[in-house]
Ligand binder design. Structure first.
Ligand code: KIV
Ligand code: ZN
Length: 392
């Protein structure tokens, strides 16, 4: 079975860092960039160099230290932006310029006060100019999600003619439904002349909670790059979460897709980004949230203790989480209590468990979650405590 490679383009340090209050200094960015390189991402979008001297410096330093991934700098379709981006990534082993322009009628009319033909020409010239600095030029058609497909195909064709190696099709406002986004990629694959010479890239925002689904529909329909961030951080509701698309691809081998990501590093990477940026990760966040491998209802706990796969589709070790957690609450059953008590050295007989469990329920009704010290206390207050410790 031959698998197709999906390139992982990480934009945690560019789109991710646009989250209000999450600004990182150069040193923090360097640590994250080195870890992303180690994680196996194919491209690191290190920043938007023209935006500030600080961002320029960060991109420049990242370009010097990254060993394997391409290092990319963002620019608008403006000559000075492109020149500054080229300077910032000059020392990268594999430099890439990411340039582009808004292509939806809304952007053309209200943002640029322009028209479709003018935008087409600006797109062509921007790629051509970027190409005078580097071989690897990625073009983005901002708001492609709301851009008419026929016009979008013409813009993509112009970008390819000017030398673009990658065509980024952003759903900038997170508006598309998965089938619409997938159809857009399919349409471009079928209608853009020269598309065989470029890679189509998915860049989806999460305004309707569809960023991951849309990116996956994109690669199912022929895109071969996904732009994403650790923990899905980014503008407004965020970007596609790297850990989600990578694990979807890994857990569904019939898609015949693969990535270079060392998935065992995902949990650590998530913690690093969350700690550095001071953004708390929601506990129910897929793959990396504190509850992603925690079981608290009696029925589920009983199943997981008997066979992990009854309620888990991912082995926690595959994403760097040591083991599934059996969380004790008033909804937990005897199996879970016996399991946790055993870990603390109490091997309870069925009769002993009856008394401990009754004590546990009274305790658990007063407290949200029962921890190890509570278990000791619960066992110690049992009438049969002496019997329990003499046999454990
Ligand atoms: O969402 C978007 O359209 C972007 C582009 C600048 C690539 O982030
Ligand atoms: Zn974006």
């Amino acid at each position: 079975m031959s698998f197709s490679q999906v390139q992982i383009f990480d934009t945690t340090l560019r789109d991710g860092e646009q989250v209000p209050g999450c600004k990182l200094n150069t040193e923090q960015k360097l640590i994250i960039a080195e870890q992303l390189d180690e994680l196996g991402v194919d491209i690191i979008e290190a920043g938007f160099p023209v935006s500030s001297p600080g961002d320029f410096k960060s991109v420049q330093e990242i370009a010097k230290v990254v060993k394997h991934a391409s290092v990319c700098g963002l620019s608008r379709s403006v000559e000075n932006d492109i020149k500054v981006a080229a300077e910032a990534i000059a020392h990268a082993k594999k430099p890439r310029i990411h340039t582009g322009i808004g292509t939806s009628d809304t952007h053309i009319k209200y943002k640029f006060r322009s028209n479709r033909e003018d935008i087409l020409e600006r797109a062509y010239k921007a790629v051509q100019y970027a190409k005078s600095f580097v071989e690897d030029v990625e073009f983005y058609a901002e708001d492609a999600g709301r851009t008419d497909n026929e016009y979008l195909a013409r813009v993509c064709e112009a970008a390819i003619k000017a030398g673009a190696t990658v065509l980024n099709i952003p759903d900038t406002t997170g508006y598309c439904l998965p089938h619409e986004y997938g159809d857009k990629i399919k349409y471009l694959k079928e209608n853009v002349k020269g598309i065989e010479n470029a890679i189509l890239s998915c860049h989806c925002h999460n305004d309707l909670g569809l960023a991951t689904a849309n990116s996956i529909e994109g690669v199912i329909n022929g895109a071969r790059q996904i732009e994403c961030t650790i923990n899905g951080i980014g503008e407004r509701a965020g970007n596609t979460a790297l850990e989600e698309v990578v694990m979807i691809i890994k857990q569904h081998p019939y898609l015949k897709l693969e990535t270079n990501i060392k998935t065992e590093m995902l949990y650590g990477m998530s913690q690093l980004v969350s700690d550095s940026m001071g953004i708390y990760t929601q506990p129910n966040k897929a793959i990396v949230g504190a509850n992603a491998f925690a079981h608290s209802s009696g029925i589920h706990q009983d199943g997981v203790i008997k066979k992990r796969e009854t309620y888990e589709i991912i082995n926690p070790k595959d994403v760097g989480v040591t083991e599934s957690a059996i969380v004790l609450t008033a909804r937990s059953g005897r199996a879970a209590l016996a399991y946790r008590a055993k870990k603390l050295g109490y091997n309870l007989t069925k009769l002993q468990l009856d008394e401990v469990y009754a004590n546990f329920l009274t305790f658990a009704d007063r407290k949200k979650e029962i921890d190890d010290s509570d278990i000791h206390q619960i066992v110690e207050t049992c009438k049969i405590y002496k019997e329990i410790i003499s046999h454990s």
